[in-house]
Design a protein around this ligand. Structure first.
Ligand code: SI3
Length: 292
């Protein structure tokens, strides 16, 4: 079935036990997303990709590997945002040259930047590149909340085309959706997919779709068909899964479960956890309960 709304996995980065990037593992996860998940696209270099712990060389190697492996089969969005604006600009140019059709950048965090500074950051990132940008808004991790009028001001730049909205504020989501009907709004909290669909987002991006895409797609199909009870039932199972993943330490557990599915997803990068026996047992139980 052809859905209008799109589902993207937030791609993970596979690491070796010594915390170096494992590009073969990255390739395997891209393949799994294309061949098994039948995903519409990948969000590369985001939180789930552990990108804020990587250096520029590592980020570039991942961007290059992913677009090579995907080979035009799916949409790719490159998250290039960084507290180092020079790095963000360099990456924006790099991924544009590689052929990424969309970039994204997290709101600059940590220093309590003013809105004027945030606006300058975005306009700088897109200024010299022939590309379009999606704002990555994730207030819970950045501490940065943008208002409806601030989004409007950022959208004055025609290269800024949308928002990756990882926020549980559905009042703001409704305001944004209806004030900017032509902007792309992609929902970021997998556990809140159904209410986001109800507010007419254009799609969703998330970490758990790396292994739960089939169920999420089925939910989107049910929603589209007006079968809200079925969509709720599917969201409930997904949320049981997400709750168990969070309790078991989500990022390493996503990788452990992928390994159960035959995907060499590798380790997380420290200070993220490396798995202990309890975590491994927990991941096996999650696999058996929800994905076998
Ligand atoms: O990788 C990314 O940048 C994301 O797409 C983040 C995405 O919104 C995830 N958020 C975080 C903080 O990891 C969600 O997919 C999240 O893991 C999931 O909803 C479980 O809470």
């Amino acid at each position: 079935e052809q859905l209008m709304k799109k589902l993207y996995s937030a791609l993970m980065t596979a690491f070796n036990e010594d915390n170096t990037v494992d590009l073969q593992g990255v390739r395997a996860m891209v393949r799994y997303n294309i061949d098994v998940n039948h995903i519409d696209g990948l969000y590369v270099g985001g939180s789930t990709g552990e990108a804020f712990m990587l250096n520029t060389v590592e980020k570039k190697a991942i961007f290059k590997t992913v677009i090579e492996e995907a080979n035009g089969a799916i949409d790719l969005i490159a998250q290039v945002g960084s507290l180092n604006l020079e790095e963000a600009k360099e990456l924006a140019q790099y991924v544009t040259d590689l052929g990424y059709k969309t970039i994204s950048a997290v709101t600059p965090f940590y220093y309590n930047f003013s809105f004027a500074q945030i606006k300058h950051y975005y306009n700088e990132i897109v200024k010299d590149v022939d590309n379009q940008l999606i704002i990555y808004s994730i207030p819970a991790l950045t501490g940065v909340s943008l208002s409806i009028d601030q989004f409007a001001e950022l959208f004055e730049n025609p290269k800024i085309i949308g928002i990756k909205y990882t926020n549980a504020d559905f009042y703001l989501l409704e305001r944004v959706r209806n004030r900017f009907p032509d902007k792309l709004i992609l929902s970021g909290f997998d556990e809140m997919l159904l209410p986001a669909l109800a507010l007419n987002v254009d799609g969703a991006i998330g970490s758990t779709y790396n292994l739960n895409a089939k169920r999420a797609k089925a939910e989107m199909v049910a929603f589209d068909a007006g079968d809200i009870q079925k969509a709720r039932d599917l969201q409930q199972v997904s949320n049981d899964l997400i709750t168990d993943l969070i309790q078991n330490d989500i990022y390493p557990s996503l990788k452990l479960v992928l390994q159960e599915l035959g995907v060499p997803a590798g380790f997380c990068k420290e200070p993220m956890s490396h798995p202990n026996p309890d975590m491994i047992a927990g991941a096996k139980a999650i696999y058996t309960k929800y994905l076998k």
